[in-house]
Write a protein that binds this ligand. Structure first.
Ligand SMILES: [Mn+2]
Length: 260
């Protein structure tokens, strides 16, 4: 397994400084896991995308790096804006691509800046035609703005929000999501750590109550990992500077161990 460190926090518009320290901290925590729950040994190589003050260049470097990858990989952010450039590269490299996002927030704000931010990267992917609406699934949503609700409604985006997940149960949701995404040949999974309940993730910029619990989440990703067409994964928005006793970094490491 290839792990790519992507310590970019400039997509949070200076509102969530600290996510740039997450890749190193999470990899440190990953050393504590020798085997995952499926008894697979945790073996990986890691590389790093060098981040500078030049945001435009940073995005083009993320794009170039992801464009050259030809094996299954996990990208550790950084903030959620990195998904713009990495999914753009993924969608140009592969055909029949799908994006599955696990996040408390839709990140579908109207963009007000020429580079993607963690509030609008997803809308930018759609509006720039890198992602087809029918190829998108959003899981774990529970907080919306008016702009986002309008966009979700108008475009009939497939959503498993927290209300639906609770009503159906996580197993039924996993069945339905699997059935939907089996039709895609190349799947990108994007995990914003705030999809988990705020009680589980103190170390993130926008913790939200009412989210997925850790065991349900691990069940869901173990199910998704059985799908061999999941080729690229990112895990974003961990902020060690806001964390308590490394709870969130440790959880992110545990999640990565289950993704290997
Ligand atoms: Mn989020």
């Amino acid at each position: 397994m290839l792990i790519i460190k992507c310590p970019l926090s400039q997509g949070s518009l200076n509102k969530n400084i600290g996510t740039e320290t997450a890749p190193a901290q999470i990899l440190e925590e990953l050393k504590n896991y020798e085997y995952n729950e499926n008894k697979q040994k945790i073996i990986f190589n890691s590389e790093e995308i060098l981040i500078s003050n030049n945001l435009t260049k940073n995005h083009s470097d993320i794009y170039s790096k992801i464009k050259e990858i030809n094996e299954k990989a996990i990208i550790i952010g950084g903030d959620h804006s990195i998904t713009f450039s990495s999914f753009k590269a993924f969608s140009e490299r592969h055909s029949n691509v799908s994006l599955i996002v696990l996040d408390a927030h839709p990140d579908l704000e109207i963009s007000s800046f020429n580079e993607p931010t963690h509030e609008d990267y997803l809308r930018m992917l759609i509006e720039n035609n890198y992602l087809k609406i029918d190829n998108l699934v959003l899981i774990g949503l529970r907080v919306f703005s008016k702009n986002e609700l309008d966009f979700l409604d108008k475009n009939k985006i497939l959503i498993y929000d927290m209300k639906k997940i609770f009503e159906l149960g996580i197993q039924e949701c996993a069945d339905l999501i699997t059935e939907k995404i089996l039709t895609f040949e190349n799947i990108y999974l994007s995990i914003d750590i705030d999809v988990l309940d705020s009680s589980c993730v103190p170390g993130t910029g926008y913790p939200e109550p009412g989210g997925i619990q850790i065991r349900e989440f691990i069940y869901l990703i173990q199910r998704l990992m059985k799908i061999k067409t999941v080729k690229l994964i990112d895990i974003v928005e961990v902020n060690p500077k806001k964390d308590v006793n490394n709870i969130t970094s440790k959880l992110a490491a545990k999640i990565i161990s289950e993704l290997i």
